[in-house]
Design a protein around this ligand. Sequence first.
Ligand code: ATP
Length: 328
Amino acid sequence: MAMKTEILTLLRESGDYISGQELCGRFHVSRTAVWKVMKQLQQEGYIIEAVRNKGYMLKENPDVLTRSELKSRIHNRWAGNEIYFYEETGSTNIDAKRLGEEGAPHGTVVAADKQNSGRGRRGRTWESPAGKDIYFTILLRPEFPPDKAAGLTLVMALSVVQAIEEECGMEAGIKWPNDVVMNGKKVCGILTELTTETDYIQYVVTGVGINVNLEVMPEEIDETATSLLLEGGKRIGRAGLLQKVLKKFEGNYEKYAKSLDMALLEDEYNARLVNRDRQVRVLDPKGEWEGIARGINASGELLVEKETGETVEVYAGEVSVRGLYGYV
Ligand code: ATP
């Protein structure tokens, strides 16, 4: 870990003054070198107080999204242990695929403050303005067959909702398969893409966009999208939330990989499913139809009950589901 990152971790974890001398001794550098790091951190937005004979203290940790901030928070077994951060990029999924080709390890994360060509399913645009939201992609190298990869989208959706609950104290729901919603509007979208080699997975990338501190929605999505700030009325630290999502994902992924289905996560997922017991319209390219959503099964398929009483297992790859009177 770079000195700056380590100093940031020490300041945050101690919550108290740390003497300049102690830091000099620890890193074998001069007082001026320590002071320079503090200046850099202050320029990035951290409020650090320097008091003679006491040392330095982190008074406020504003919503800074940088590599150091992420590094200083993420201490997982594999999710996010390698992290790339860009102020601006085309799409974190594309970056992660490139890293996948280059042999980056399982759990590598690419995060960005702004995306210039963020995408959703079927190539649709994901609005990704700067300074407000979270855009990240995790690169995975699962040892299971390709047809099990679609479930990772569900695993991520559950992880995002759990992280919002724990980190922000807010309730969110899942709109099967891949959207996180609040008040009937989308706060997060997830896109999983797969690269296979005949019948095994070379790598998977799961990309996530979370609307965090956006005060005004871009016009194109104003009716169907919202942000954590708009719903909860308070600003959320993005790095802390991202860390929590990764931590939850690591645990949930391991459960998924153990049973190779949603069996260990199904109840947690269904408990948060907003479409549950609601009338939905299944936008199947082969023909749209309606029924009542009953929850997912262990394979991650949505069980939709038709008027005839027949229950159909809807597979996420093919369709979108809509509420009868709107998006949910
Ligand atoms: P559905 O299943 O509801 O049709 P989806 O899950 O397939 O949607 P995606 O393709 O993942 O949706 O996301 C792209 C869509 O999300 C866009 O067409 C747009 O309507 C909407 N969108 C784009 N940017 C954002 C954003 N920042 N927040 C919320 N919604 C967005």
